[in-house]
Ligand binder design. Structure first.
Ligand SMILES: Nc1ncnc2c1ncn2[C@@H]1O[C@H](COP(=O)(O)OP(=O)(O)OP(=O)(O)O)[C@@H](O)[C@H]1O
Ligand SMILES: [Mn+2]
Length: 552
């Protein structure tokens, strides 16, 4: 770090001036020395006064500087503010992307392959100005009026009132609950697969996937899995086929696999206002954040995702198959880059570049292989048109939900309520890219959907896209457990979603995962969902609006 201090100094002509042409600190130092030693040599008191002032000023600047270093004050208040310039000249931004903390492991040595002219695989010094040591900046709290408080209380009363069960005309939900208490089969139960010996975290994750959720509430295995994805040695890298954007399949040395989505731009880069949702890039941090959000909402339908910074030379290029390795190059800024092969964003102009060869990304735990657990892909009924001019049916037909309610698999069972949950998750993140969703074939229509592909969330901090909530306001439906989670974010002391998200993500290796604007948007959006529910309750009885299809 260099500090340029321009202190205007008028040096009087001194005889035998040998090195008086020094500048900056040199000049100030000489002036200070002169001031303390000149004694009777000084001609005027005015000059002596000026020198003394300069010396005091210099000392003050040094004191402030030392104080800042001591207390680790960063000019951004602890959060890295990455300017687009810093992104274009990544060498300047390298300290903003800290290594995974506390991994206790050296990065694996390069497997021998190195691209001529590529940056050396020197690990950068751990940034001292990390979130862990600096004070957390305060988040803006959304205003809650007395009227809002009253309505939250009313909603809470409705879901707490177990008498409501008696009012339910259709008791299938109740039957489902009874079934759930006795049976929530796992993928491995239905396959009659038994593991023996010590299971890896990846195997334990696969073994425990059940009809209702990918992992259990308060599961510690998921924390192990996230830690392993962020630390284990990588042994092989290939590109994942399909989809619009570049993704890599990462093989770990213990046999586990993860889906890697690389960082494309800095966290403060918002979606271009003129971009349609379908041309927006994916954000690796949105994948990480949505996993945490899905968990906090109590869904547990998104595979665990960890952040990690890779060394592109030793952890991607050296381990890549020929197909992928061919697409690597060194950019004019001397950063290592690759473009991969895919249908839209895989050319030199959309290449993924390191800083200079460090690359941050998201690592999503791979689901069990489709040989063991085949999946069905469903077209989302509220899918957008993916066309600049055409509107989707749900945007035109006000009774669209009535149609869907009669269409299998939404005409019975849990699935329609699942779509409401998905809409709530997507509205909170701002993800408009829910074209399809998948579920495990083994569980039939009783399967919970799997929440995948969240890279297009968290693009706008100031805009709340209400149309993402269309399933909720068109059907006027919400699961009681989801409503309960949302209410806990507004009524429990210290329970604000922004705070809980920040805490949940604080241990991630690439924390802070979300900038404050996105965290604040979450709180604002919770209120907007509750307002939609409240509005529904004005026209429909609570027994129709609030779905009691499970009892937590
Ligand atoms: N954790 C995972 N484990 C196994 N398969 C996965 C996982 N995540 C995603 N997939 C599979 O990879 C496909 C592509 O992933 P994803 O949708 O995240 O990428 P994408 O490039 O954004 O795709 P699209 O352009 O279709 O939106 C998914 O449809 C899914 O079948
Ligand atoms: Mn996608």
């Amino acid at each position: 770090m260099s500090y340029k201090i321009n202190v205007p100094l008028e040096m009087p002509p001194v005889p035998n001036q040998k090195s008086r042409n020094a500048s900056g600190f040199g000049r100030i130092f000489e002036a200070a020395t002169d001031a303390s030693t000149c004694g009777c040599r000084c001609r005027t008191s005015k000059f002596r006064q000026r020198l003394t002032t300069t010396t005091i000023l210099f000392c003050l600047v040094m004191l402030v500087f030392l104080f800042m270093v001591q207390t680790k004050i960063s000019p951004s208040g602890g959060l890295p503010i990455i300017s687009p310039m810093a992104y274009r000249f990544p060498a300047d931004a390298s300290q903003l992307y800290p290594e995974p903390t506390g991994s206790g492991q050296e990065p694996p040595k390069s497997g021998g392959r190195r691209l001529a002219g590529s940056p050396t695989a020197k690990r950068k010094k751990k940034d001292e100005l990390t979130m862990t040591t600096s004070k957390k900046p305060k988040l803006k709290i959304p205003k809650i009026t007395t009227e809002m408080k009253e309505s939250f209380k009313k909603l809470q009363l409705i879901i707490d009132n177990r008498q409501a069960i008696d009012d339910i005309p259709d008791k299938t939900g109740l039957k489902r609950w009874i079934k759930k208490t006795t049976s929530n089969p796992t993928v491995m139960d239905l396959n009659n697969v038994e593991f023996d010996g010590n299971l890896t975290s990846f195997e334990r994750f696969h073994a425990a996937i059940s009809q209702d959720e990918l992992y259990a509430k308060d599961s510690t295995l998921v924390d192990d899995l996230v830690r392993d994805m962020a630390r284990l040695e990588i042994v092989r890298v290939v590109q994942k086929e399909g989809g619009t954007q570049l993704k890599l399949i990462i093989d770990y040395d213990n046999g586990g696999q993860a889906l890697f989505k690389p960082m494309r731009f800095p966290r403060d880069k918002e979606t271009e206002p003129n971009h349609f949702y379908f041309v927006d890039y994916e954000r690796h941090n949105a994948e990480i954040a949505t996993y945490h959000l899905d968990r906090l909402l109590g869904f547990r339908r998104a595979p665990p995702v960890a952040g990690r910074t890779l060394n592109m030379t030793s952890e991607i290029y050296a381990l890549a198959d020929q197909n992928l390795a061919k697409t690597f190059f060194v950019s004019p800024a001397k950063n290592l880059c690759f473009s991969g092969h895919c249908s839209y964003y895989c050319d030199t102009s959309h290449a993924i570049c390191g800083h200079p060869d460090d690359l941050e990304g998201s690592f999503a735990a791979f689901l069990p292989s489709t040989d063991i657990a085949p999946r069905t892909s469903w077209r989302h009924p509220w899918r957008r048109s993916y066309n600049r001019r055409r509107k989707a049916a749900w945007e035109i037909d006000p009774d669209y939900c009535e149609l869907i309610k009669e269409t299998p698999p939404y005409n019975k069972g849990r699935r329609l309520a699942d779509l409401m949950d998905m809409a709530i998750l997507d509205f909170l993140t701002g993800n408009m890219d829910r074209h399809h969703y998948e579920s495990f074939k083994l569980f039939g229509n009783e399967s919970s959907p799997i929440h995948l592909d969240h890279g297009r969330g968290f693009g706008k901090t100031k805009h709340d896209e209400m149309s993402i909530l269309a399933p909720v306001y068109q059907c006027c439906m919400i699961r009681q457990s989801t409503l309960r989670s949302l209410l806990s974010f507004v009524s429990q002391p210290g329970g604000r979603l922004s705070k809980r998200m920040r805490k949940s993500m604080s241990n991630d290796a690439v924390a802070p995962v979300l900038l404050d604007g996105h965290l604040e948007a979450l709180d604002r959006r919770v209120h907007k969902i509750l307002a939609v529910v409240e509005n529904c309750l004005k026209t429909k009885p609570s027994t129709e609006v609030i779905i009691f299809d499970e009892f937590l």
